[in-house]
Design a protein around this ligand. Structure first.
Ligand code: FE
Length: 175
């Protein structure tokens, strides 16, 4: 029994304002967009669709889309990552499991891995919440670059200018 006593008015909305300092919510009806301009190009055949770019807590939520089979960059996560596979499937060179359509994946802090989309998959889409940074590394852990919410915002801003939506378009995703 989660409630101390029964709610006598279950259909009456909360009667007060939200906290004055609370941020506005984000609602994105077509999270998997019909408009291709929503996909920000990351590298050849790799795109991301921003959903929430959180600058006060240092994380981002996005859809990752890979339109060709192959290997994505090897990277290390000092912070946790949550993933939900929406389309296609993929695996890591470092693990023997496969993330199939509908799978949820928790990547614990400390993971270093290399994402591979198998040959018979021509498109995969996965929602990722990435906390902190993604640090790109060579096979021996030597840093080769990084991404964080701020590099993501920069890429979005550039992209949205290029496709004619303007530099402010990214602001709707920033909290
Ligand atoms: Fe990862």
């Amino acid at each position: 029994m989660p409630l101390d006593k029964e709610d006598e008015n279950p259909r009456i909305p909360y009667q007060f304002a939200m906290p004055e300092d609370a941020l506005p919510e984000i609602v994105i009806p077509n999270a998997i967009p019909e408009d291709d301009r929503m996909w920000v190009k990351q590298t050849e055949n790799v795109y991301f669709r921003p959903l929430c770019l959180n600058v006060s807590q240092g994380y981002w939520v996005n859809l990752l889309k890979v339109t060709k089979s192959g290997v994505l960059s090897r990277h290390r996560h000092p912070n946790p990552v949550h993933g939900l596979v929406l389309k296609g499937r993929w695996h890591y060179l470092e693990h023997d499991w496969e993330a199939t359509e509908g799978s949820y994946v928790f990547e614990p802090p400390g993971e270093t891995h290399t994402l591979v989309v198998p040959d018979d998959v021509d498109e995969m889409i996965t929602m990722f919440q990435v906390n902190g940074v993604m640090s790109y590394v060579d096979p021996y852990g030597k840093p080769m670059g990084y991404e964080d919410v701020f590099t993501k915002i920069d890429m979005c801003r550039k992209h949205f200018i290029e496709v004619g939506l303007g530099e402010d378009y990214v602001k709707q995703f920033i909290r």
